[in-house]
Design a protein around this ligand. Structure first.
Ligand SMILES: Cc1cc2nc3c(=O)[nH]c(=O)nc-3n(C[C@H](O)[C@H](O)[C@H](O)COP(=O)(O)OP(=O)(O)OC[C@H]3O[C@@H](n4cnc5c(N)ncnc54)[C@H](O)[C@@H]3O)c2cc1C
Length: 404
């Protein structure tokens, strides 16, 4: 059995290792394997999340039920074992996130490459696949690249999505799977910074700790928010971008700077602060409540003159200050785009893929897995695990004698 694997990322390397006893050729147009893995987890590679399957699925944003079967065949514990057995010690950190003990993503690439090599996989690097077709007479797939063409019994396409195209995932494989009749769910960036209608540049680089970010239709997201030149990023913004990746823009979002306090409790706190600093002007009273660089935004939103003495601030003014702190609204106008997106939402419609095998329902012997599929999850190691698990299942299935 000769199998072509198109894409030498996380999904492709695991598929290459799990396709036991097949003759496996991995094609990648990069000169190195696993280029994207190098930059994951800020270079440390959070390769899975060591949790039970239900918790895992609750962190999958798009098409969680499709992953149930793959996840039960290749759990986060299996991922840790595979990485360890291939020479890389691992550790689990806060939030059950698994990393290589060395904190080096390159060690994960080495382990996955070792796994693929243990199955005698052949690597063809610097080769861009330009086309794929099926020849009914020969019962073979024809894989085409610049200057050549080869025949394979089965093909696993795991060429990634559109995010961080500099790592090689440029969407070029979408075109040839469409030729087999696959419908694409239009790809949009996910886990990505949000651009807002407010010029936040004077606070650029600030991290707001323990705030809540909200929008209509989503549960407020608690955590840290980073202010960027033209918007917001960091954990809570990325999570919001995942839940609202398809929401038409602009849409209204808000920051609650004081989620631990109700509006009434916050008003009491303000009264106390104002009472203690009677002779202070408004602009000098907020230091204890907020980081310095964000104060001008709150003053502006409250409508209270910055030079007004706090002892003459009215109840109505205080209420508008409470609103500015508890519901600081802004518009999300766009995202930072695929160039900066951690993951792609959209891709091959999972209704056209058998969830137990990753085989196409439209073409026997064609398997599609990894980020190329319309599945995506929150941060925490889930996305890499999806690539590993679906790649594992695709490799095992493609190398089997039957198609199930
Ligand atoms: C900055 C960043 C940080 C991240 N951090 C994490 C993290 O810590 N934890 C986590 O779980 N997830 C993380 N992710 C997401 C995760 O990296 C991806 O979801 C995962 O790597 C997808 O794996 P894949 O094998 O499906 O695709 P890819 O890794 O994109 O691999 C696809 C491969 O196919 C090749 N290819 C594409 N087209 C062709 C073609 N026509 N011919 C030949 N080769 C082709 C590409 O060169 C590429 O090597 C991060 C992503 C980014 C961008």
């Amino acid at each position: 059995m000769k199998i072509a694997i198109i894409g030498g990322g996380a999904a492709g390397l695991v598929a290459a290792g799990s396709a036991k006893n097949a003759e496996v050729v991995v094609f990648d147009h990069n000169d190195k394997l696993g280029k994207k893995i190098y930059i994951t987890g800020k270079g440390r590679c959070n390769f899975t999340n060591v949790c039970d399957n239900e918790t895992f699925l609750s962190n999958v944003v798009t098409n969680a039920p499709f992953l149930r079967s793959a996840l039960s065949r290749f759990t986060p514990y299996d991922a840790v074992e595979l990485i360890e057995q291939n020479g890389c010690k691992t550790k689990v950190e806060r939030g059950r996130r698994a990393f290589p003990s060395s904190d080096k993503a390159s060690d994960i690439i080495k382990a996955l490459t070792a796994y693929a090599k243990s199955n005698n996989a052949e690597f063809r690097l610097g080769v861009k696949i330009s086309d794929l077709s099926y020849n009914n007479e020969e019962n073979k797939f024809s894989v085409r690249y610049d200057g050549g063409e080869e025949r394979f019994d089965r093909v696993i396409v795991c060429a990634g999505g559109l995010s961080y195209p500099s790592t090689g995932s440029d969407g070029s494989a979408y075109r040839f799977v469409k030729k087999f009749g696959h419908k694409m769910i239009s790809p949009v960036p996910s886990l990505v910074g949000l651009k807002t209608d407010i010029d936040f540049s004077s606070a650029e680089g600030l991290t707001l700790k323990n705030i809540e970010l909200g929008a209509d239709g989503v549960k407020p997201i608690f955590g840290d928010l980073m202010i960027t030149r033209d918007g917001v990023s960091g954990p809570v913004a990325l999570t919001m971008s995942a839940y609202l990746s398809r929401r038409e823009k602009p849409y209204t979002a808000y920051i609650d700077f004081k989620p631990a306090l109700t509006s009434e409790e916050l008003d009491d706190r303000l009264l106390r602060e104002f009472g203690a600093g009677q002779n202070k002007s408004f602009k000098n009273i907020l230091d204890g409540l907020l980081p310095k660089s964000i104060i001008p935004f709150i003053i502006d939103r409250s409508g209270i003159s910055p030079d007004k003495h706090v002892n003459v601030i009215t109840r109505g003014e205080r209420q508008s200050l409470v609103k500015a702190l508890k519901r600081f609204e802004f518009k999300v106008v766009s995202t930072e785009g695929f160039e900066r997106a951690v993951v792609t939402c959209g891709g091959v419609n999972v209704k056209e893929i058998y969830p137990k095998t990753m085989m196409s329902r439209l073409c026997r012997g064609l398997y599609i897995c990894g980020e190329m599929l319309d599945v995506d999850a929150l941060t925490g190691g889930y996305n890499l695990h999806i690539a590993l698990a679906t790649g594992f299942v695709a490799g095992v299935s493609a190398s089997g004698d039957n198609y199930d």
